[in-house]
Design a protein around this ligand. Structure first.
Ligand SMILES: [Zn+2]
Length: 242
């Protein structure tokens, strides 16, 4: 196999790949609204089926919220974990859409051809790009490139409440040498890029207790800690100079 034969295969299979993505985009897997819980499960089941078609040992795994999709396949080389999410953001207000957000369409625009649908660029398009690359690789070589675990959640757009407990409960199974997260944007429309060292997010609620009455700044200023002074010191120390 050469890279050019692989790329040719991807081009040849593009219509079928697009059909698959469109199928997934038609499922309204909105994780924040309980009315769409069955659709979230349907999206998970759809992905399990597709992973099995690729030769993965895949299953939809229950959580207190929406299911996780976990698939294992391939062997040898580094163990690669791929993360993505099949849930999408809500679509309100619908009046701002030019078409049904779950009726995907390829459109020609001044910037080239684009897919209009909820979730096309977050994260169904990205995750299917990875699965289609694996499909082409397997079609050309008869096997997957290395040991791969696919890990897709359905609660990313609602704060991932089941993610950490699931990771803890299945740490040994999901431990990998490399983690790929395909849930980001492109810096340029036409320049594919690999982004490294993404920053995380920290949320904290801080309560600072201070004096129970006003203290005169001339008499106490400097000696008595003011809660605002404490808070600014904490915030100022949250990051290093780099
Ligand atoms: Zn996303």
């Amino acid at each position: 196999m050469t890279l050019s034969s692989l790329l040719t295969r991807i081009d040849t299979d593009l219509p079928e790949a697009l059909d698959r993505l469109m199928d997934l985009l038609r499922i309204p897997s909105i994780s924040t609204d309980p009315a769409y819980a069955a659709d979230c499960s349907r999206a998970a089941d759809w992905l399990v089926e597709d992973l099995r078609a690729l030769g993965f040992d895949a299953a939809s795994r229950p959580t207190p919220g929406h299911p996780m999709v976990v698939g294992h396949g391939g062997e040898g080389g580094p163990h690669l974990l791929f993360y993505g999410h099949y849930d999408v953001q809500p679509v309100d207000p619908l009046s701002l859409w030019h078409r049904d957000p779950f009726d995907p369409e390829v459109q020609d625009t001044p910037k080239g051809r684009v897919i209009r649908a909820r979730g096309a660029s977050d994260d169904k398009g990205q995750l299917m790009t990875f699965l289609e690359a694996l499909r082409a690789w397997k079609a050309e070589t008869g096997r997957l490139p290395c040991r791969i675990t696919i890990f897709l959640e359905g609660e990313e757009e609602s704060g991932s409440p089941s993610l950490i407990p699931f990771l803890r409960d299945n740490a040994a199974e999901l431990k990998a040498d490399i983690a790929l997260i395909c849930d980001t944007g492109l810096f340029q429309d036409t320049a594919p890029a690999i982004v490294t060292m993404l920053r995380g997010l920290l949320g904290e609620e801080i309560t600072i207790h201070g004096p129970n009455k006003d203290l005169h700044s001339g008499m106490y200023g400097g000696a008595a800690m003011n809660p605002i002074r404490v808070l600014t010191r904490i915030l100022g120390n949250l990051r290093t100079a780099r």
